[in-house]
Design a protein around this ligand. Structure first.
Ligand code: SF4
Length: 535
């Protein structure tokens, strides 16, 4: 039986500007447009029947053309909270054009009520419910809500994402995912609410097929494992890593890898060694706070009873550099919080320290506690907001704080000022370079890749030298230092310098925004938002 073709426009919403992770200035230095592509949409694209034809438009890299909309029989969209505003705009655009629109992804799962205007809502993980949507659409239905049973999606059935829909040169990295979920209980975390505390993993053959697909399409370079916590199921990851190492060896080590992991990674030398051999060169670690009382209260117990700086150094000894996450605004923190956090970032020698204000995300233990205590601010309507610029670096503390709000903001301001002055940033980078043991395979591979793409290297070095005058002295001193002390760390060092081209101005933007908020409070102009009624 022949079926008519259904044209599916995958429309990835814009992330709001002014975010720590939206490092477009750095992307431009390496000739890319955006950090990473939309893994969720290209995975859904791979679940479509043969008679459905997908076309991808990433609004972060590409303008949406009228002919794209005219071509579409249906639009798929959705993403994370920082994309909510553009997702709502896309829904309105599609409805004005009379095209049915389907929303899915983490934000619709956390806050489905915000997306009531969409024709279809896919709530939860797509595997297991997507077929029901396809059948309904093919039956002629034009609205509905499809909700997955929580934490039950079988990721071993997830198909290889349609990487062929991507224009690789638009992105700094490409993403894959091995596992979903995390066994820990951090109070502020939405991952465990979305994906559960029992990590579910793909099989080795399955994830290697994804890497093979990227390889066959000609992609080389940075691949990010977007797992919530790659080592959440240590047994599974330890079973997978030998296969990954063998695959990398057999293919001439085409990919350098990054991921997210909990700090207990530092306790497992065998695992660190395997990750180094597999080609991991950077890991994001949520450290949050040096204060044990804060960590216990926020249920981040895996970071207590340890020397955090020493744990980070242990990861450096495996040739993997750490991007650290820190949070200001916990109930239990003391007035010493600014110096304690800045001191830890310096001692641990973490150049890129993502320091944000505590934000109660929808549907988390923290949000439920604050609501029960009558301290949670009611959400404002993001679609009506005039100026949504920033993330939890400038728009946190969506609740009544225990310490004076202005004091918390001043402490936060102090951390940003201390940590992102050029002198402090490059001093940490120097320390990190001196500690990073690049004697593993990544040292040679990453430098070889750096020198094989002289155009990219030249663009990076000369752009900074010619156009970023405030950074050029630091760049050349760092190059000289690295060549003298640890030449195999040249590539990661340059990546850190390139990131500072974003982080330097971004930190000044944050300081300005925080100063405005402090002034508003001190001048008596801060209007306390409405509170969610305590149950
Ligand atoms: S370790 Fe990370 S992913 Fe796991 S619960 Fe804590 S914040 Fe969430």
């Amino acid at each position: 039986m022949s079926q008519s073709v259904v044209n599916v426009l995958l429309l990835y919403p814009r992330f709001q500007a002014g975010s720590f992770w939206n490092y477009q200035e750095t992307c431009a230095l390496v000739g890319a447009k955006y950090p990473a592509p939309p893994l969720g949409l290209i995975t859904v694209a791979a679940m479509l029947p043969d008679s459905w034809e997908p076309r991808l438009v990433d609004r972060n890299t590409t303008e949406l053309r009228d002919e794209d909309l005219a071509w579409a029989d249906v639009v798929f969209t959705g993403g994370m909270l920082p994309q909510q505003r553009d997702t709502l705009a896309i829904i309105a655009l599609c409805q004005a054009a009379g095209i049915p629109v389907v929303v899915g992804g983490p934000d619709v799962t956390s806050s489905p009520e915000h997306y009531a205007a969409a024709d279809f809502r896919v709530i939860g993980e797509a595997e297991g419910i997507f077929d029901a949507f396809i059948e309904a659409f093919e039956r002629g239905e034009r609205q509905g809500t499809f909700e997955a049973e929580k934490f039950k999606a079988d990721v071993t059935t997830t198909p290889v994402p349609r990487f062929d829909l991507l224009k690789f040169s638009d992105y700094v990295q490409v993403n894959v995912q091995f596992s979903r979920g995390c066994p820990f209980t951090c109070e502020f975390c939405d991952i465990i609410e979305l994906y559960g505390r029992k990590p579910r993993t793909k099989g080795s053959a399955q994830i290697l097929a994804e890497l093979q697909a990227l390889y066959d399409l000609g992609y080389r370079g940075h691949v990010d494992f977007v797992d919530d916590n790659l080592i959440g199921n240590k047994k599974a990851v330890k079973a997978f890593l030998p296969d990954l190492i063998a695959w990398q060896e057999a293919h001439g080590r085409p990919f350098e890898l990054s991921t997210e992991a909990s700090l207990n990674l530092a306790d497992d030398t065998e695992l660190l060694k395997m990750m180094q051999q597999a080609g991991f060169f950077v890991v994001f670690v949520g450290i949050e706070s040096p204060d044990p009382d804060v960590l216990v209260a926020t249920r981040k117990k895996q970071n207590t009873r340890r020397d955090i700086a020493a744990s980070v150094h242990k990861i450096y000894e495996a040739g993997i550099f750490v991007i650290g996450g820190f949070i200001v605004g916990f109930d239990e923190e003391s007035d010493r919080v600014a110096d304690e956090i800045a001191g830890l970032i310096d001692e641990a020698a973490i150049p890129v320290a993502m320091t944000g204000l505590l934000y109660a995300l929808p549907n988390t233990q923290l949000t439920r506690r604050l609501a029960a205590q009558g301290r949670l601010h009611a959400e404002f309507d993001i679609a009506d907001a005039e100026d949504i610029k920033g993330d939890q670096c400038t728009a946190g503390l969506n609740f009544e704080t225990l310490r004076p709000r202005a004091q918390i903001l001043a402490d936060y301001r102090s951390v940003i000022e201390q940590v992102y002055s050029p002198g402090a940033y490059f001093a940490r980078l120097r320390k990190m370079v001196s500690m990073l043991d690049m004697s593993g395979p990544n040292g040679d591979v990453m430098n070889a890749r750096l020198f094989s793409d002289l155009k990219k290297l030249g663009r990076l070095v000369w752009s900074i030298t010619l156009h970023k005058r405030e950074h050029r002295g630091h760049l050349w001193r760092m190059i000289a230092y690295t060549l003298r002390h640890n030449p195999r760390a040249l590539n990661p060092m340059l990546q850190m310098v390139a990131l500072y081209v974003h982080l330097g101005p971004f930190s000044r933007f944050v300081l300005q925004r925080i100063d405005e908020q402090i002034a508003e409070i001190e001048d008596g102009n801060w209007a306390q938002p409405a509170l969610v009624a305590a149950e």
